[in-house]
Design a binder for this molecule. Sequence first.
Ligand code: ATP
Ligand code: MG
Length: 569
Amino acid sequence: MRQNHFLSPTLRDVPSDAEVTSHQLMLRAGLIRQTASGLYSFLPLGMRALQKVENIVRQEMDEAGAQELLMPAIQPAELWQESGRWDAYGPELMRFNDRHSREFALGPTHEEVITTIVRDDVKSYKRLPMNLYQIQTKFRDERRPRFGVLRSREFLMKDAYSFDINQEGLDKSYEKMYEAYTNIFTRCGLDFRAVVADSGAIGGKDTHEFMVLSSIGEDTIAYSSESNYAANIEIAPVVTQYEKSDEVLLDLEKFDTPELKTIEELESSLSVSKEKLIKAVLFIVDEKPVLVLVRGDHEVNDVKIKHYYEAKKVELATAEQTIEFMKCEPGFIGPVEVSKTVDVIADFAVEVIVNGICGANEKDKHYKNVNPNRDFIVKQFLDLRFIKEGDPSPDGKGLIRFAEGIEVGHVFKLGTRYSEAMGANFLDENGKSKPMIMGCYGIGISRTVAAIIEQNHDEKGIVWPTSVAPFDLHLIAVNLKNVEQKELSENLYKQLKQEGYDVLFDDRAERPGVKFTDADLIGLPVRITVGKKATEGIVEVKIRKSDEVIEVHTDQLLSTLEDYIKRQG
Ligand code: ATP
Ligand code: MG
């Protein structure tokens, strides 16, 4: 590709509206342009990177036995009503009416469509398993689109759906996708972890998220210092064994604590350890008020509340709701003498607290020497807190550490959630009708491109891994007015293309400094510069990643490049 007529507008300055490096570099290197909030155009360089990732995904999906198809981005409301998601999905679903006032949505995901397709055409166990995928634009009206294409409102996704006759079949399909994803992200040059995740709103059991490790990641991963255990902190179980002290139980006592509302204020002004404090937080769980107790140094994990109640929605109570149910303003609520309408549940760590401190459900008052089971009744003690760094790893090996991650892929065992709701049944060997067992598997292709840049850059620009670089080589003619340089670079351009390389040829009438700065910013793996030594048939080869520079005679150029490519694996 000749750069002179190639749309790759580079920017010298860091765009002020771009917070994270990948977003800045994608704008500066001319990969993307914003069209509106959360909506981006991929310019030719960006498009090429997108296609590189897409091709890796396609190869690995095909290799795993999945079949590619393409479903419409526009989906009728009836399908979503059938699955029950039309009302459940919320404002992220972009809805619209057609000219006949029929309701539609722009697909954020395609379980409904694929389930009806398979339902209508696959009837017998003999035709299963099947795994179908597509690479397509998805739409989600994100509450906070941000970080460029990392969280946009329109983005490219690979979504796959597996159909099996039983759980073992699903386990196998899932395993295959897990392996394919591992191959894909490895080939993309990413440092990632597959982490156990929350099955969330889709309603299923086993699920892993593929997380690219990065400090800008929105998810926190709890991983073991000694094993390969990794889980989203939302679901990581706490296996700490708490010991009860043998202190003598003292009498319950109410005392004044004006202005001491938070755990921190209590801790510092009463000079007691947080481990003696009982934190009480009121939640509304599908309309039901639930008072959740954790130790002062722990944080309530609402996902665990949601799982315990098998609830749809868990929300912090508002000040008004707190007054309504606890007869007390927030800051002083506690578990002693709570109205029967309120459930009290507590984390295991609370069970062993002796002579603790908690709110007295009265303004400016707390209790001291409060003891569980004696002074208040708990419906159930269970694991309700977030795991912390230093906690034992749930697999029994090592201690928990935290890292931030960007979710690039997600594999999910759906089970019969959609097949039952939408009647996707098959006849088994005995002629009995059964719902198909499904799995779904997504990869954010555009997000993956950004994640690759987030992990592969330096102060000068992007440093593309060879597997996903928009071009393999950047050919630069220092001075095109010089006849030898012009001739040699034109010849090399032809020759390298013939050899099967994707070449970006900087044939612009720009100063060399500009060309080199742009080349570093764009970050193609290998730069070949044709300069003064063109007369001797010598060019300069520079490896972007290592900054290694060598002079090579054009006779040796092809073998030098081959060596380099081999070294990259
Ligand atoms: P997130 O938690 O980041 O919102 P999600 O769990 O809602 O993502 P899935 O429904 O699992 O996402 O979608 C599959 C993949 O699509 C994700 O793993 C991610 O890579 C990508 N993806 C999801 N939402 C976006 C978005 N707004 N912009 C870009 N990619 C996205
Ligand atoms: Mg997800």
